[in-house]
Ligand binder design. Sequence first.
Ligand code: KIV
Ligand code: NA
Length: 265
Amino acid sequence: RKKVRIHHLRELKDRGEPWPMLTAYDMYTAALFDEAGIPVLLVGDSAANNVFGYDTSLPVTVDELLPLVRAVTRSVSRALVVADLPFGSYQLSPEQALATAVRFMKEGRAQAVKLEGGQHFAAHVEALTSAGVPVMGHIGFTPQSEHNLGGYRVQGRGEAGEQLLADAIALQEAGAFAVVMEMVPAEVAKRVTHELRIPTIGIGAGSDCDAQVLVWQDMAGLRTGKAPRFVKRYADLAGALSGAARAFADEVRRGEFPAPEHAFH
Ligand code: KIV
Ligand code: NA
């Protein structure tokens, strides 16, 4: 099967065909999502919350994310794999951003990296793209800045919509190949999508973005509890897995597992 390339994503935008993106952090999910035809997989720094058990994305490190990126890139044949640059691994300077991106490309075998920020990070994006590293931008609600943004809230309302558009254009001009918009009003996301040549990827940004992304544990119902408004659960993995664990435990306690066919004689 043919590998997904950046120009394919631009072609989908030009044809007006929306496409899906999911996070993936390990072998089975990467292989399953690749087989299911998800063209882009993101090894998100959301692994902080969804793999490592931190309460925000801030603590996760490059050394923690790299093995996950390596596992995902080893497990796909077609999907484009994007590695998220974690908090503190790129903000210092364009040079730091490039050094970190090179690790994700060389050691992790990622095909692209993602970083959070608009206009203020145009120089970082340019340093990467001119060195041959494809960059996905991320604007709107950017979880690495949650303390600066005053918590988990919609961005780009009112006047701020103009700044969001300016940020998106700055990223495009710096050479970004796509831009994630998180928790922005659908009308603003629609306008940005129309103004940009590069694809927009929405999460809580309405239906007019060129693509849609969700964290896979949200999408598949592995994460329980109150989900943000933008999440739709397409399965009940939490129910399925806890049911399986309980059934196994019950059978062991009742002496029903293993049955004769599970034993060697
Ligand atoms: O880390 C992540 O999962 C993300 C997506 C939600 C875009 O940045
Ligand atoms: Na992220």
